[in-house]
Write a protein that binds this ligand. Structure first.
Ligand SMILES: NC(=O)c1ccc[n+]([C@@H]2O[C@H](COP(=O)([O-])OP(=O)(O)OC[C@H]3O[C@@H](n4cnc5c(N)ncnc54)[C@H](OP(=O)(O)O)[C@@H]3O)[C@@H](O)[C@H]2O)c1
Length: 233
């Protein structure tokens, strides 16, 4: 049976390129984002929704279950970032970051797992960031939200292990997307200087880790976070 892959935040950036990668491999890809997607392909279905909206998320998974009966891979890519000194950070920014990065990952993982457990098979990949390991100044809230995603993933991996579902995180270095376009160049250069391998991240670096986590032979790998760029946590 063809694998069903759900990628959140697939309208643009890393999520879009992951969607195109899996479509090129002939997989059925389901994507979602708050705005409409212009990705047109017979293997691709797009849901217009906010991953923080529990009713909308549940409805999407109900439709996936009715149409396909199963879901094999969930990639919780949807995320937002914000840089600021914590003393200057309004509470609304904290709420937006946590509700998107953490609540969105939680909601989609919970609903996907309910479907995955029936087949006793599933792969969940969550998105963290090197901002967690580097304790970056100016990224207190973003890093905290991603740290929460990592912690959630570790406990989920234990609670879902017996159901045949693995849960892992990929933690990219800066990759040229809209997410980091407001970050000053000197900040990006400083971040890269902390890496063992001193260059910007590429989409292929992320795809490589995702492909590894979803590989059939990776059934014994769960609860892990892979940091790109040679960042050591
Ligand atoms: N780029 C980097 O340097 C970098 C580094 C480390 C980690 N990451 C992580 O990688 C992931 C992807 O980042 P990116 O660089 O591709 O960002 P991006 O270019 O800004 O794309 C973000 C995607 O998420 C969607 N999205 C945002 N909020 C959403 C919500 N509430 N509900 C549904 N979809 C939502 C956006 O579409 P809509 O606007 O239409 O909703 C868009 O498709 C994020 O989790 C990010 O934290 C990125």
């Amino acid at each position: 049976m063809n694998q069903i892959i759900l990628i959140t935040g697939s309208r643009k950036g890393i999520g879009r390129q992951l969607a195109e990668h899996f479509i090129a491999l002939g997989k059925n890809v389901i994507g979602c984002s708050r705005s409409e997607s212009d990705l047109r392909n017979e293997l691709y279905t797009h849901f217009c929704l906010d991953v923080t909206d529990e009713v909308a998320v549940k409805k999407m998974f109900s439709q996936i279950r009715q149409k396909y009966g199963h879901i094999d891979i969930l990639i919780n890519n949807a995320g937002i970032a914000s840089m600021n000194h914590f003393l200057l950070t309004p509470l609304i920014t904290v709420e937006k970051l946590f509700i998107t990065n953490f609540n969105g990952t939680f909601l989609c993982s919970r609903e996907a797992s309910k479907i995955m457990q029936k087949k006793r098979y599933g792969r969940i990949i969550n998105f963290s960031s090197v901002a967690v390991a580097l304790n970056l100044e100016g990224e207190a809230i973003y890093a905290s939200s991603k740290s929460a995603v990592e912690q959630l993933s570790r406990v989920m991996s234990k609670e879902l292990g017996g159901l045949g579902i693995t849960v892992n995180c990929v933690a990219p270095t800066p990759i040229d997307t809209d997410l980091i376009k407001a970050v000053p160049k000197n900040k990006i250069d400083e971040l890269i200087s902390y890496q063992s391998i001193k260059r910007m991240g590429l989409i292929d670096d992320v795809i490589n880790v995702v492909d590894f986590f979803i590989n059939e032979k990776s059934s014994f790998i769960s609860g892990q976070t892979i940091y790109l760029g040679g960042i050591i946590s």
